[in-house]
Design a binder for this molecule. Sequence first.
Ligand SMILES: *Cc1c(COP(=O)(O)O)cnc(C)c1O
Length: 465
Amino acid sequence: MNIRTNTPATAEMQATDAAHHMHPFTHGNALNAQGTRIITRARGVWLTDSDGNEMLDAMAGLWCVNIGYGRKELAQAAARQMEELPYYNTFFRTSHPPVIALAKRLAELAPGDLNHVFFAGSGSEANDTNIRLVRSYWAAKGKPMKRIIIGRKNGYHGSTMGAASLGGMRAMHRQGGLPLPDMAHIDQPYWYGEGAGMDPAEFGRQRARALEREIAWLGVDNVAAFIAEPIQGAGGVVIPPETYWPEIQRICDEHEILLIADEVITGFGRTGQWFGSQTYQIRPHIMTIAKGLTSGYVPMGASIVCDEVAGTINAMGEFYHGYTYSGHPVAAAVALENLRILEDEGIVDHAREVAAPRLAARWAELADHPLVGEARTMGMLGALELTPDKARRAPFAAEVGTVGLRCRDICFRSGLVMRNVRDSMIVSPPLVMTEAEVDEMFARAVRALDETHRVLKAEGLMVAG
Ligand SMILES: *Cc1c(COP(=O)(O)O)cnc(C)c1O
């Protein structure tokens, strides 16, 4: 069937999708009333849907396709490994070549003494592992009361019961009786949304000191760890003020709290360094990784653990924890090939020296748009805060997210995949993006913002709440 004229085929797939497929983070009936967009192919930074429309993927899938789509080397690495050894576990005093090589490579890349890797199938699973790791660590140290893990409101650490509890997404907690016990959440360093009228540096210090107050309130003898994303992704690309991380680091050091950096988005070049911990000079005890580890070609996550924590866990007896697919050989082979390409082609350097500066420059131009209250970037991450009243940076009168979703739909129709969080628009493009592609993304964003502005005015939605 001709892919460009197969509208009936698209409708048929949409109907089958609606009948049988439950989508993640989706209002099922609302989606099914509208129908899904069916993505069939991708190359570089471009997606193609079942009607032949091309879209520029400014989200790298879901923050993960760091090397871009269509790299045959990864397909070949997977095929070779499937033929050689498609699966074996790492439980029975067994191991295999790709997982050994990958653990070594990750230990080399990760900063400090993060030298030990516990593999998982996803970022959520890795964060569940981290809960078990830090509590087991303190129990082994003779301090079993140190159980509470402090995260942040509007932080995101995944969607399993454990990971969703570490996260501070209120809407997620409302479903299914979360968070689990012994989890606490402090305020986030979201200056645009919550620091109005305050000097950003002062705001960053204040929000970091919320951790110190929380530790004092809970009692340091009860606190195991603090977990945070170097830059919040799903929370809306919340880039902390420069003062935030040094103060967090000081507090964790002084109170001897384990620090978990959730690098699922910020890892593998996203901020212009291999890890966000390097960009912000954070010294975590554990790093969570996933997404860019394999550029999303196959699922894999992991915890990279420091000498002290790994040494203690290794000495305590059996750690009753693991997944069937911990260190899956095919995923490990794909991850290794992905890391090789990132390194050999200098893609992290390209992100830092070419793509990110271009993104920053073009994004700064968007700050002048009548709909934009703030345009911010860090590395290959960006956000646009939409507002009906630039001068006051006011929110819209409509329910939160209404305008963001409208803008997202308009972006899709204009051939640009940009995601909304509340009423902000966010991007996290493939790191391989060229300057010309950044310019094209910018041009499409301007067209979509203009169209959104026109629609909002026509519908009387350019009203402050
Ligand atoms: C996506 C994400 C996760 C969860 O990873 P999954 O692979 O979806 O389970 C955890 N932490 C952060 C920061 C993420 O962005």
